[in-house]
Ligand binder design. Structure first.
Ligand code: E4P
Length: 219
């Protein structure tokens, strides 16, 4: 399973990249706003800065919601860097735009997906990635991981190449559940990735090893 980090924070992206397990980055307009990145020029420069840090794909989301402007904005974003994947919302004009982009060799990430039907449409349109938001479904007492499982089944039935990018990850257990049900990618916060490192028996075991080593060396 590929690991993407879901942030526009450059320090966190660098930390995840330095760990050596990062396969890409996803952003959205809320995450850009959280970092105080506003205005077209600043947003473009920020995407370029992210592309300079990571080795993998960088999802950049369009703001437009009508077909013509999604195409215009998406083309501009795709031209910024070969790592850019154009992120398009799951709306009618978005599906049309994804079809246009996929027919013209531009990679897409269909975002704000909350049902298997939406995921099926995204795959039919040729999306490179589909982003089901599992945390937001869990927030309303709906089974987010169950959605990933269902999309996996449907995609495998027809050998769709669209990759399932489990989004809206809240914690390390979500990451493990995504791996168990066969998500192709997960995108989550740095905290969820780093939490995978942690086990109290690792900490106590290491402390004991170091203490025994020091004792044997007469320290
Ligand atoms: C997906 O690409 C989105 O950026 C993201 O995962 C949304 O997560 P949230 O529900 O934590 O905002």
């Amino acid at each position: 399973m590929k690991f993407f980090i879901d942030t526009a924070n450059l320090d966190q992206i660098r930390e995840a990249q330095d760990l050596g397990v990062l396969d890409g980055v996803t952003t959205n307009p809320s995450l850009m706003a959280k970092e105080g990145i506003t205005g077209k020029a600043n947003i473009i420069n920020h995407y370029k800065a992210i592309c300079d840090i990571v080795d993998g794909d960088v999802s950049a989301e369009v703001i437009a919601t009508d077909y013509e402007n999604i195409i215009k904005e998406g083309m501009e974003l795709a031209a910024l860097h070969k790592k850019i994947v154009v992120k398009v919302p799951m709306i009618k004009d978005g599906v049309k735009a994804i079809k246009h982009f996929s027919s013209n060799g531009i990679r897409t990430n269909c975002t704000l997906v909350f049902s298997t039907g939406q995921a099926l449409l995204a795959a039919k349109a040729g999306a490179t990635y589909v982003s089901p938001f599992i945390g937001r479904l869990d927030d309303i007492s709906t089974d987010g991981i169950g959605l990933i499982e269902d999309i996996r089944l449907v995609y495998d039935n027809y050998n769709f190449e669209t990759q399932i990018l489990a989004a809206s990850i809240r914690h390390s257990t979500h990451i493990l559940e995504c791996a168990r049900v066969g998500a192709d990618v997960m995108t989550g916060p740095l905290s969820a990735i780093l939490a995978l490192l942690k086990h109290p028996l690792t900490d106590s075991g290491l402390a004991q090893f170091l203490a025994d080593h020091a004792k044997a060396a007469g320290k």
